[in-house]
Design a protein around this ligand. Structure first.
Ligand SMILES: [Zn+2]
Length: 180
């Protein structure tokens, strides 16, 4: 999270308000997180013709939420008085779960979703949707009772970024935001 790629981008002082408007946009799949919490919001700048350009990095290639994130961002800026903004998709460097902020991790935990651990090392380029189930498996602690004796029931939960787990100690199911 302290790496250059994941560091919060610098925003020109006159665009701080635009950044804040874009930063408040919620993730359509995880509404407890904003695009800033997720690390998806990468920058706000002006074009030569004065159009506001917002840079977003999708959480992974083919993420179905991306179209909605773009539309919500454009709408948020229009409502904040910035006119018709343009969204630029930035694929390099690729997003990793390490970009999720501390605030975002706390919000996930509050909603009984175990935040991701350190991301595995990445190849260059966007992360494919078909994540190998065995490539990276950290121990996931139960968010309710804290027990370490948990099992993965399904690699994909309500959204493809989350896996469904069950605690063998308290028997409660819970979700884990997978590391990518
Ligand atoms: Zn438990």
């Amino acid at each position: 999270m302290t790496g250059a790629a994941g560091a919060p981008p610098r925003v020109p002082a006159d665009l701080a308000g635009a950044w804040e408007a874009a930063a408040r946009v919620q993730d359509p799949e995880l509404p407890m997180l904003t695009l800033a919490d997720l690390g998806v919001l990468r920058g706000v700048a002006r074009d030569e013709d004065g159009t506001l350009v917002v840079s977003l990095t999708p959480t992974y290639s083919g993420c179905p939420a991306m179209a909605e994130m773009r539309a919500s961002t454009v709408r948020a800026l229009r409502e904040a008085g910035y006119g018709e903004a343009r969204v630029r998709t930035v694929l390099d460097p690729p997003w990793t779960t390490d970009w999720i902020t501390e605030k975002g991790r706390a919000a996930l935990a509050e909603h009984q979703i175990v935040p991701p651990g350190p991301a595995p090392r990445h190849r260059s380029g966007p992360v494919p949707l078909s994540l190998s189930p065995t490539r990276h498996r950290a121990q996931v602690r139960c968010p309710r009772c804290g027990a370490g004796d948990t099992e993965e029931l399904s690699r994909f939960s309500a959204t493809s970024c989350r896996a469904l787990h069950r605690c063998r100690s308290c028997a409660e199911p819970f979700e884990h935001f997978k590391e990518i």
